[in-house]
Design a protein around this ligand. Structure first.
Ligand code: ZN
Length: 328
């Protein structure tokens, strides 16, 4: 195992340190990638693994988890909280989705390889050394630089219905303004899939995006962490529960992808209703005048839940996610 924690993972108290991964390179022959980690433990009880910046350009998780690592006291909990605010440290430092070291997307690289690239080694350590310690895992995401989302917590449809129910209950406890039964475009290599395979209770989020965070989205993250730790029996206190719109993503007609390149004009905004067959957006030519725009049509009725961010769009880019609202 080439990765070593600089702190104990099983000692009572608060320990701040790093996962140290040797990374020999031009500017540092015997250098290391240092992934910040905090472990807070008090006696025997459940373990929560809380992670941010799986993608390096998503910010609610890192902010809320930095605050938690600074403020959570052993006396506040029974059990253990393992906090990695900037799990994909190289990507986070670069402000990019993927790692600048090996170009890898961490959330397509699980379960990783002990003898792989930097991202693969990090994934391998997290999957084999941290995942098994956890009873509940919360991995924060938002849209990054190229997407924006309605703020939702999500759980996946799973084959094991007991596990699925536990994940859905944890998602409801997180209590984001929207709660989604989530369908992934491609779940191969995801952290989600790995910890679900290990039988863990898993919750993820998409809290916003557009390459930044807002006061509102960070407050959703902060409240969600506290609620989840109470739900898991690690903290005591009252859950703070507000109304949450329930969303479903039944099949791939939820997604629209661009078959053109150009200047994108959205005709609806996040949270707006859309009817099947209506245009979500139109794409104007970016290189000539006098040509009509191409309309991009909704393939189902629902609520605009995610959209592309930059003003220009490329062939093959994601345009829209339309989820359906279901009764609570
Ligand atoms: Zn992400």
């Amino acid at each position: 195992m080439s990765i070593s924690p600089t702190i104990p993972l099983d000692a009572d108290g608060t320990h701040h340190g790093f996962l140290k991964l040797p990374h020999s390179r031009d500017d540092s022959a015997w250098g290391s990638v240092m992934v910040p980690i905090t472990v807070v433990k008090n006696g025997d009880g459940p373990t929560a693994l809380l992670t941010g910046a799986n993608h390096g350009d998503e910010y609610e998780g890192p902010i809320a988890l930095q605050e938690l690592a600074l403020t959570l006291k052993p006396a506040d909990i029974t059990g253990r909280v393992i906090i990695l605010p900037m799990m994909n440290t190289p990507a986070f430092a670069a402000g990019t989705r993927c790692s600048p070291i090996d170009g890898a997307n961490m959330n397509r690289s699980f379960p990783g390889r002990a003898d792989g690239t930097v991202t693969q080694k990090l994934c391998h350590f997290i999957a084999t050394e941290l995942g098994p310690l956890a009873d509940i895992v919360l991995d924060f995401h938002s849209g990054g630089s190229t997407l924006d989302f309605l703020p939702f917590a999500a759980a996946h449809v799973l084959n094991d219905k007991t596990q699925e129910a536990a994940c859905m209950a944890a998602m409801q406890a997180f209590n984001a303004p929207y709660s989604a039964r989530m369908l992934e475009i491609d779940n191969v290599g995801m952290f989600d899939t790995e910890v679900e395979k290990q039988g863990k209770v898993f919750v993820t989020t998409e809290l916003g995006g557009a390459g930044t965070s807002t006061a509102k989205t960070v407050s959703i993250a902060r409240k969600g962490i506290r609620n989840l730790l109470i739900h898991a029996g690690i903290m005591t206190g009252e859950l703070q529960i507000a109304p949450s719109v329930q969303l479903d993503m039944p099949d791939d007609t939820c997604f629209v992808f661009s078959q053109h390149a150009g200047l994108i004009e959205y005709l609806v905004d996040l949270g707006d209703p859309v009817a099947k067959g209506e245009p979500v957006a139109r794409i104007w030519p970016a290189d000539r005048t006098g040509v009509a725009p191409v309309e991009c049509l909704a393939q189902r009725s629902g609520i605009l839940t995610a959209r592309h961010i930059p003003g220009l769009i490329k062939l093959g880019d994601f345009i829209s996610l339309i989820a359906t609202e279901v009764p609570a």
